[in-house]
Design a protein around this ligand. Sequence first.
Ligand code: ADP
Length: 189
Amino acid sequence: MNIILFGPPAAGKGTQAKRLVETHNMVQLSTGDMLRAEIASASELGKTVKDILASGQLVSDAIVIDLIKANLPRAEAAGGAIFDGFPRTVAQAEALDALLQGRGAKIDRVVRLKVDEAALISRIEKRFADQGRADDNPDTYKERLAVYNAQTAPLLPYYAAQNKLFEVDGMGAVDDVAARIDEALSETA
Ligand code: ADP
């Protein structure tokens, strides 16, 4: 099974993806984590994307599509992928569909975590205080939220039209959200 965890920055996608990795035989494919690893290792790619991540803008579709493409065989071998933070544009979603189709696979479900904006902002303030991730500072976070609304939210109708979209309340305790996700994954489409 291949699923997409969908939602604005700080909706809890990474936390829930890690839990799903433990409870299901799946691999988490987080383009944000991959890009941060490139930056940490100071690779050429890392140098190219560093300032873009720091600004809260999106890196080019080609870069993230290549990263995903390189990791698909590994996810397939494990039994499926949890896409986290990808796709973020309609072009990425179309490329992902084509890549999967070429491998005789598809996206099975898109789980949308719904969290209200006030909760997102208070989560991010806490994460910034705890972890100090540069792009979690309040101004950059606002930019990331604006980018999400402008470029990523338009994917919702794309997946709704394919009858793949499952809405999950992302507010409240991690375990409660996890239980709701499990329910969405076991529901018949
Ligand atoms: P969050 O979900 O908390 O916003 P991510 O770790 O997914 O954070 O992404 C951090 C940053 O990495 C984004 O703001 C963007 O610059 C870049 N990035 C991650 N995934 C993508 C993607 N699919 N397309 C373009 N840029 C991406």
